[in-house]
Write a protein that binds this ligand. Structure first.
Ligand code: NAP
Length: 302
């Protein structure tokens, strides 16, 4: 049993663990995959205040070490549901059948990569289709690749890949980008980057592995094939909170309904980071949520 059980070891969950431990309470963090969350997929973080430049992986590693050195326990197991235990305690049951009890729970489940929803997407994942340029980019050195998306992830992935891939197509469904203008400008200056705008990927080509993508122009309906060996899908994230609906209301998109105070409608259940309803999903706001939720949880149990 611990004072606070945190579900998710991304930046929000690990920041919460740091704050819980420093408040003199005990934190256990449950993580289904690996620590760090989405940020480990980011080649370079250049907008975290106080750190000019750091790789997403190094940032995650440093935060993990900070939390564990303060005494937080990290358990690699998938939290599946939350139920009321004896008295004021909550019980979290995991995929392995284990259960953990705590006086308060912080849901910091983050979000997972959105899929294109195309035929053979799953089959070609790991055979040319990837959702993580940092993890898989090196396999495509000197080869032509495409990045799909118009947010910061897509732009940063394209920037990263353009340093060693022969050619990088940036496929985006409209002309305006969500990503930072500074990164877009830097990308536009690259000779080996070509923008394919107002276009969507409509077919994945290749048998054993990806050999190209078919893109369709949204305005004209024109179809074009791009010969690429890699497709990096960076079209945003989706939450995965359905197991926790009994303790936390979800908005229509599946995010946990909570304001900047990180309180859910259930006393003792808090939320932090990308999994909650919010306007800005950044590393800074995830860390900030972690602190807010942790202090609220510590105040609730004291
Ligand atoms: P995002 O900002 O939600 O952008 C997703 C992009 O994919 C959008 O351009 C969107 O197009 C497009 N898209 C969505 N669904 C699509 C579909 N079915 N088919 C084709 N295109 C589709 O996602 P993100 O880039 O992963 O970023 C997520 C959050 O993390 C953002 O807040 C971002 O700023 C943040 N982030 C921060 C950093 C950093 O701080 N260094 C790095 C990476 C990400 P539309 O624009 O037309 O909707």
């Amino acid at each position: 049993m611990s004072d606070v059980l945190i579900i998710g070891a991304g930046p929000a969950g690990l920041s919460a663990a740091v704050y819980v431990q420093r408040a003199g309470k005990s934190a256990t963090v449950l993580e289904a995959m690996t620590f760090g969350g989405q940020i480990v997929n980011t080649p370079e973080v250049e907008n975290y205040p106080g750190i000019k430049k750091i790789s997403g992986f190094d940032f995650a590693m440093s935060l993990y070490e900070q939390a564990t050195e303060l005494g937080a326990e990290i358990v690699f197991d998938k939290a599946e549901r939350i139920e009321q235990a004896e008295g004021p305690l909550w019980r979290v049951v995991t995929a392995s059948g284990a259960s953990y009890e705590a006086k308060a729970v912080i849901l910091a489940t983050g979000a997972k990569n959105r899929k294109l929803g195309l035929e053979r997407e799953e089959e070609l994942t790991g055979r040319g289709v990837s959702y993580c340029a940092t993890c898989d980019g090196a396999f495509f050195k000197g080869k032509p690749v495409a990045v799909n998306g118009g947010g910061n992830t897509a732009l940063e992935d394209a920037m990263f890949l353009s340093n060693y891939c022969e050619k990088v197509y940036v496929i985006h469904r409209r002309e305006g980008f969500r990503g930072e203008p500074k990164t877009l400008e830097a990308l536009r200056a690259k000779e080996n980057v070509e923008f394919v705008l107002n276009a969507t990927v409509t077919r994945l080509l290749g048998e054993e592995k990806l050999s190209g993508v078919e893109v369709t122009d949204k305005n004209t309906g024109d179809v074009r094939e791009l010969s690429v060996e890699g497709l990096f899908v960076a079209i945003g994230q989706e939450p995965e909170n359905h197991g926790f609906e009994n303790v936390a209301a979800l908005d229509p998109l599946g995010y946990i309904s909570a304001g900047e105070d990180c309180l859910t409608a259930t006393p003792g259940i808090f939320t932090a980071g990308d999994c909650r309803t919010k306007a800005v999903r950044q590393l800074t706001t995830a860390a900030s949520d972690g602190a807010v939720a942790a202090l609220a949880a510590c105040s609730y149990i004291s």
